[in-house]
Design a protein. Structure first.
Length: 645
């Protein structure tokens, strides 16, 4: 029997077009219903043990060390959960932790009839080391099968410059209990024990089991990264004891980098994470603060949820229901922190975006991502504030609920459209529902489309190996798959087989060298005078040097940013577009060749992943040598630090 003590609220999702105030009333009603259900549950207790405190509610019992906020002695019913203490860390020139914290009882269960306990451990910057205040909270509620946590970071205006490359909450599960990882519907499997003999393959996170029943299995943490936008639960289950331990949460508003940002969840070694700020895959990596900059942000709350009494599939299904409940009641009515405005203090934004592309009448905003974020920088690079994203309906309509009051830019992007919608100056006020009405969006077109390779969706998944990209060492297959290189003939070649998911380097005479890909296409006649525009949309890149040639003439050179996507078994990273304007007179009747030369060698990492390549022709104006690029240059190289676990 599942020990889920919270009623399901799946119907709330269907009320997404109601005003924020009404949603707040619903949350309060559900909170009341939960209190009624918990009336017979054991009260929450808080016991002071000197250097630690113990919290329990008859279902979950755990200890918090007062000096550092570490969680230990965690038990669900009679089951041990952790192999070692769970902790908060952040990366600022090395891994940092709370070390000399101040403990506080924020809410005493003895003062609220045993309904809730909240404790915190905080550490102030003392003039040395990482210039941030860090504060972790734990909350235990009556009758609930789990505990909550949230974290606050603060950089005061009086502090020196500093940065947070990554921050996370880390648990290592008991190896004697948990053996089955659950990340999403596609990535669920039994895992080798933490002490399995392993060989490091490289990069250092990639290991292969060398003996036992899992011999030959290659695993790494990047196999279990997820896109933040649609991900709300992951965890471990026990095939023997039939229990599950899950990180579940109701919102991604504090996640850096927007809905396409990838972050860690769990991996071999029985690791379980709640990532707060992720620095991997380039986009949105790192938070940098100048001296004199004031900043404060709350991450969470998230729930460490437990269930029992079923198969792995049943436990997984139940965990997803719990995550849906947390989403439906966000922000949680029980939260009491000035940095977490309740539903009544938030607003909502609704509207409809209608896309019109005369060259593509099938263009649609159905299921598009629509979001609110700061006007700059690129939302992929934002992490200091909060972002709010939803999927649009089939007709392009949307409602973004529970938005913090403030000034935002509205963004939208969708599969099949090479461009991004933007509307500045969206003001959100507490308790107000903003309706933006219908907005027409005409994606950028510079001229007539001559041809296109790929589907604009910010990934390289439609190309060769786009479905099996989580195979380590896949770049080594390029010479076998393309013994003559890539020579893609427009109108004849197939994207799925004749265009690789990444333009990788080759090994020749013991050296890693770049490659040149050719796009071959026919022109029935010489084009009229004007400008031709080669539009390159990149799904990822790693310190590449890309030179573009049109029939042997170099027309552009580009040095890309770094996101380490390919080497980390990803299919997308730091998306950007790059348009190349050249004289249409370079094109000729008959066969033409556009060559994409990636010349940065030296190792296997350097590469690009194309999302889409499109050639357009503009005969409305003459080409001249000083004609500027019509789209922004790629964003600056991102620091993509890789810290150990």
């Amino acid at each position: 029997m599942f020990l889920r003590r919270i009623p399901r609220m799946s119907n709330i999702a269907k009320l997404r077009h109601l005003a924020t105030a009404f949603a707040a009333v619903l949350c309060l009603l559900f909170a009341g219903s939960a209190r009624g259900q918990f009336a017979d549950a054991q009260p929450v207790t808080l016991t002071d043990g000197g250097d630690h405190v113990t919290l329990g509610n008859g279902i979950v019992t755990f200890q918090i060390t007062k000096a550092n906020g570490n969680i230990e002695g965690l038990k669900y019913n009679s089951n041990n959960i952790l192999a070692e203490p769970g902790y908060l860390d952040w990366v600022d020139n090395g891994n940092k932790h709370i070390g000399n914290g101040v403990f506080a009882v924020v809410r005493d269960p003895g003062q609220n009839d045993g309904n809730l306990a909240e404790v915190s451990v905080s550490q102030k910057f003392n003039g040395q080391g990482s210039p941030f205040d860090a504060e972790i909270h734990y909350v235990l509620r009556r009758g609930e099968s789990g505990l909550y946590s949230f974290v606050i970071f603060h950089h005061a205006a009086s502090y020196p410059a500093g940065g947070i490359a990554q921050s996370r909450w880390v648990l290592r599960m008991d190896d004697k209990v948990f053996d089955f990882i659950n990340v999403d519907d596609e990535r669920r499997r039994a895992m080798p024990p933490s002490d399995a003999p392993m060989q490091v393959l490289g990069p250092k996170e990639v290991t292969m089991v060398t003996a036992g029943p899992f011999k030959g299995l290659i695993t790494q943490k990047y196999f279990y990264f997820v896109d933040a936008g649609d991900h709300f639960v992951h965890g471990w289950t026990s095939t023997q004891q039939h229990i599950g331990c899950w990180v579940a949460y109701g919102s991604t508003e504090s996640q850096n980098g927007g809905p396409t940002k990838q972050h860690n969840t769990a991996h071999w070694g029985r690791m379980l994470f709640k990532i707060l700020t992720c620095g991997h895959y380039g986009s949105g990596s790192g938070l940098d603060f100048a001296a004199g900059e004031e900043w404060q942000k709350i991450y969470g709350p998230w729930m460490l949820y437990f269930n029992s009494g079923g198969s792995n599939d049943a436990l997984w299904a139940d965990a997803k229901k719990q995550a849906a409940y947390l989403r439906s009641t966000w922000p949680p009515a029980w939260m009491s922190n000035p940095l977490m405005p309740p539903a009544v203090a938030r607003g909502s934004v609704a509207g409809r975006i209608q896309v019109t592309d005369p060259q593509d009448p099938t263009a649609s905003l159905a299921n598009a991502w629509v979001g609110l974020a700061a006007p700059q920088p690129d939302w992929q690079k934002q992490g200091k504030g909060y972002q709010f994203w939803v999927h649009a309906a089939a007709d392009g309509s949307f409602i973004i609920p529970n938005v913090r009051a403030g000034q935002y830019t509205l963004y939208a992007f969708t599969s099949g459209v090479m461009d991004e919608f933007r509307r500045d100056g969206v003001s959100v006020q507490a308790g107000r529902a903003v309706n933006l009405g219908t907005t027409d969006w005409t994606p950028v077109r510079y001229g007539k489309q001559l041809w296109q390779i790929g589907t604009p969706d910010r990934t390289a998944k439609e190309f060769r190996h786009g479905d099996d990209y989580r195979e380590w060492g896949l770049w080594n297959k390029f010479p076998e798959d393309f013994p003559n290189g890539v020579n893609f003939v427009i109108g004849q070649s197939n994207e799925r087989t004749d265009w690789n998911y990444a333009q990788v380097n080759l090994q020749k005479n013991g050296q890693w060298v770049g490659t040149t890909w050719n796009i071959l296409f026919d022109m029935p006649s010489a084009p009229a005078p004007g400008a031709a525009i080669l539009r390159l949309a990149f799904a990822a890149s790693q310190n590449a040097r890309l030179t573009t040639y049109v029939n042997g003439t170099a027309v552009d050179r580009l040095h890309t940013a770094s996101d380490s996507t390919m080497i980390r078994s990803g299919i997308h990273g730091q998306y950007f577009e790059h348009d190349i304007v050249f004289d249409a007179a370079l094109l000729k009747p008959g066969r033409n060749t556009i060559a994409l030369e990636q010349s940065a060698g030296g190792n296997a990492l350097k590469c690009v992943m194309y999302d889409c390549v499109r050639l357009e022709l503009d005969n409305s104006r003459p080409f001249h040598a000083g004609m500027v690029k019509l789209k922004p240059q790629p964003i600056e190289s991102a620091v993509d630090k890789d810290e150990g676990d």
